[in-house]
Design a protein around this ligand. Structure first.
Ligand SMILES: [Zn+2]
Length: 377
């Protein structure tokens, strides 16, 4: 069965144009300019962008991936889907090795079903000095053997590890990750500039939420932020909720790294899509007020209540990116990080029909995943 979407403004890697597209068996089969050659579903001039790819997300709709509860995880995925995220990695937090392993093997089922695109270990091999919302009592010294066992629990679905490069054993663990096909990400780290470079040389390729849980830039102590920004091998994650990072600092990172090395993430937690109140993130109690999540104990920011449509909209309206640039950092570049850019991440013939329809104020009017409407515009 073939579906034509007509009267659209289509955002492709080349820019935005008026046109139409057809979808067959979940894939995009034509992308055309101007009026459609056949009648189809009119989008009345609305914008179509590729479905968002979120590589760092702890949950939503009351569900928290670190618990490993499958029904709750499905609720979280469904919430983010309604906000345009059609590919999502489930992020865990620091926990006991047993808890991480059991959540991982449970979430691996959802990866088998194509609901999740992988699992991200944020911790337990991170810095006590920069642990943010992670339980300092459960932090561990990086151990390649132990990490290898955790990867096994994921049956091939563990996609990313956030690790602090300065810890003893970290470089060997980064090498193990690279050998296992797991992306090593540097973050929650108190490393120096030089220690960070050593982590990148060992194989780390992503910066976990740049600026947050890292020592600040100093002109005599450049630290991890400068090392990560200037290295062409590293892709930079940014939480664009206006709380975690000031728009000026986001522009600074983007100016250095460019669209091919910048990805917007949500770092969303269970409260996303819910009201203010008390929630948990791993073993930590979190209080959400006016949409800002903070640890009850100590007040550290504890994830966000961001969705990718809001991150996208803010990128255009507050940060000043063009539509094409915003599309690149919220779809194509994160897809490339995951090695999935041949099948998702842009509106192109042969790719999955993962689409977000937006109105003029860049609010979501419809979402399609693998050719099926999640919400029909
Ligand atoms: Zn996180």
């Amino acid at each position: 069965m073939s579906l034509t979407l007509a009267d659209a403004r289509i955002a492709t890697p080349e820019g935005v144009h008026d046109g139409w597209l057809t979808i067959e068996d979940g894939r995009i089969t034509h992308v055309g300019h101007g009026p459609a050659p056949r009648t189809g579903h009119s989008l009345a001039g609305r914008l179509v962008v590729p479905g968002f790819v979120d590589i760092h997300n702890h949950g939503g709709a009351g569900g928290s991936f670190p618990t490993g509860e499958q029904d709750k995880a499905r609720d979280a995925v469904a919430l983010h889907e309604r906000h345009g995220t059609t590919t999502m990695v489930a992020s865990l937090v620091t926990g006991s090795v047993e808890d991480i392993a059991s959540a991982t093997s449970s979430l691996a089922d959802l990866c088998d079903d194509g609901i999740l695109a992988g699992i991200h270990f944020e911790g337990p091999y991170i810095s006590k000095a920069r642990c943010g919302a992670h339980d300092p009592k459960l932090l561990r010294r990086p151990d390649p053997g132990e990490f290898g066992e955790l990867v096994k629990a994921g049956r091939g679905h563990v996609r990313m590890l956030t690790i602090a490069a300065e810890l003893p054993g970290a470089l060997d663990t980064i090498r193990t990750a690279a050998a296992e096909g797991v992306i090593a990400a540097l973050g929650h780290s108190d490393a120096t500039y030089e220690q960070t470079i050593a982590g990148i040389d060992a194989g780390a390729r992503v910066a976990t939420h740049l600026y947050n849980a890292l020592p600040p830039l100093g002109h005599r102590t450049p630290g991890p932020i400068a090392a990560l920004l200037e290295d062409e091998r590293v892709t930079i994650e940014l939480i664009n909720d206006g709380v975690h990072v000031h728009p000026a600092m986001l522009r600074l990172a983007y100016t250095v790294a460019g669209p091919e090395r910048t990805v917007l993430i949500t770092d969303a937690m269970a409260a996303t899509g819910m009201g203010d109140g008390t929630y948990v993130l791993g073993s930590m109690e979190v209080s959400v007020k006016n949409g800002v999540a903070r640890l009850v104990e100590g007040g550290s920011i504890a994830g966000s209540t961001l969705t990718m449509d809001v991150a996208f909209r803010r990128a255009v309206q507050q940060v000043g990116l063009s539509l094409a640039e915003a599309v690149e950092v919220s779809s194509l570049t994160p897809a490339r990080v995951l090695g999935l850019d041949d099948t998702i991440g842009s509106i192109a013939v042969g790719k999955a029909a993962d689409l977000v329809v937006m109105n003029d104020s860049l609010e979501v009017a419809g979402v399609m995943r693998r050719g099926a409407w999640i919400t029909e515009p």
